[in-house]
Design a protein around this ligand. Sequence first.
Ligand code: FAD
Ligand code: NAG
Ligand code: NAG
Length: 511
Amino acid sequence: MKLSQDLVLAIAVLGTVSHVSWAQILRRNPMCCADGNHIKAELGPLLSKGASVSLSSSPEWEDLVERATSPRVEPSFVASIEAATEEDVQMTSSTRYIQVKYANEHGIPFLAVTGTHGWPTTLNELNCGIQINMRRMNSTQLHGGADTATIGGGTRQYEAVRALYEQGRKAAVTGLCECVSVIGPLLGGGHSMLQGRHGFAADNLVSARVVLADGSAITVSETQHADLFWAIRGAGHNFGVVTSFEVEVHDVAPKWTMVALAFTHDRLEDFFRTWNRLEAEYEDPALVLNGIFVRVPDLDPGHLFYDGENSVADAYAAAFRALGPAADSVVTDIEYKDLYVAGGFSKDGPVCRKNENILGYPVSLDGWNATAMRAGFEIYAELTADPRFATSIWLLESYGRGKAREIPPDTNAVAPEERALHVLISPIMWWQGADPADAEKAYAYGERMQEAVRRGSSGPSHSYVNYATGEESLPEVYGRDRARIRRLLELKAVYDPENRFGYYAPLSRRT
Ligand SMILES: Cc1cc2nc3c(=O)[nH]c(=O)nc-3n(C[C@H](O)[C@H](O)[C@H](O)COP(=O)(O)OP(=O)(O)OC[C@H]3O[C@@H](n4cnc5c(N)ncnc54)[C@H](O)[C@@H]3O)c2cc1C
Ligand SMILES: *[C@@H]1O[C@H](CO)[C@@H](O)[C@H](O)[C@H]1NC(C)=O
Ligand SMILES: *[C@@H]1O[C@H](CO)[C@@H](O)[C@H](O)[C@H]1NC(C)=O
């Protein structure tokens, strides 16, 4: 991991926490209900020429099912369909087809997969299912003059970022990590380097093609199925498979600057107080603050990004420099398409690694409480003193208030808390192997870190839906306004009455 604030120090902060039981999470149905060979024989001929069906005996199987969360979170599949067209997705997800051909009364479950970075435990509730692998539906087309682009449902961040930049020096509002899909973050809101100027990724959706639970494909937009269009922008993983979508695109500054500063842990309180002071002083900073706690043997810094000339950024950099960073570097003239590699978010970098159980425990805040951050830091330091967890980090993100906060909360299903609480933090824990004791430790420490930070905040507790563990309540991730939750549940009853899209950030649990 590249960016960072430095740390180190281990102090025990003890507390009893009730945490999710690993055994519970791993409980799966050992009896597989569907036969992959049947699926291949029956479904295969119905798919387009570009599609293929793989089974666990196929050489490509491991690549297809491997996830960032494996082995902790691993939906179980009997077949993977690499869909090449919208009809392939319809054919595979269609209840008509699946019920007629194989299934018991519940049908065979299925899950769309694009970036394989989703981490909620609820994905483990998928047994003996069909993976609808979306990667062959990767495409990005800029519409000249219209300032929109159409992006395929299987596109990852790096493909869209590079294509839009090359086609017209434009950018869509995407996430930071190159390995993550464009649609996955968007369906839950979508935090972005560009959110201060242009709002969340979901706020930039113009229309989408969605394959519903019954296998039909529809277009949703402000004028077509407007109710569903509202819902998929924030709670979208619950309603269908998006095969392609149109988003607004924006001019992007040609040159960016990245200031990378690292501090030792003794500067922690000053660091967070300075950050608070700067945000109070400068209404809309239009810059990206991306910090982390990281255990660093060789000090390696963390970040402040901004485009072009930016006097606010200069003031931020100067204020942080006054704290005496242990490392300080500046990279100028970074082209937008290269910013993510420069920042350490490359698809080939450690942040995108797979098979290391990735787990987060998010908290959203409207500012920092240095005392609470110190308490959290000490728990983090204790965890990472264990070599098995030493590469775990703690993300400290503030991508700008600006537009993301200004958009009226009624616009779409992004939780109002997501707009109001601009500071997004989460430990990101990585460890190797399938030892339940290691997972128990990660869960216990994750909860302690989350609670330590929450004790410092008087605001409503809120977790970003795309960083959620999977064990939160609906109001915690979708917002505390009961009318909004009711509206989402009513739409769910209309568009997915059998809860086929019930594995990722589900509006209703299957068990
Ligand atoms: C390294 C890393 C970096 C991240 N960076 C950011 C960030 O900068 N901003 C941010 O907001 N979030 C970020 N996240 C969180 C991210 O939004 C979620 O993890 C998201 O679910 C990842 O989507 P994916 O396609 O990569 O993963 P997948 O596991 O493939 O997909 C997640 C879920 O999305 C659904 N899905 C996938 N494809 C489709 C489709 N075509 N149509 C409909 N549903 C689909 C499925 O329900 C699936 O279970 C990051 C996560 C990680 C691990
Ligand atoms: C992108 O889509 C094309 C066309 O379906 C496919 O050939 C290619 O393998 C896909 N790319 C990746 C990385 O999967
Ligand atoms: C900061 O957090 C501590 C707990 O760590 C709490 O006691 C204190 O009241 C908080 N301060 C503010 C201003 O909220």
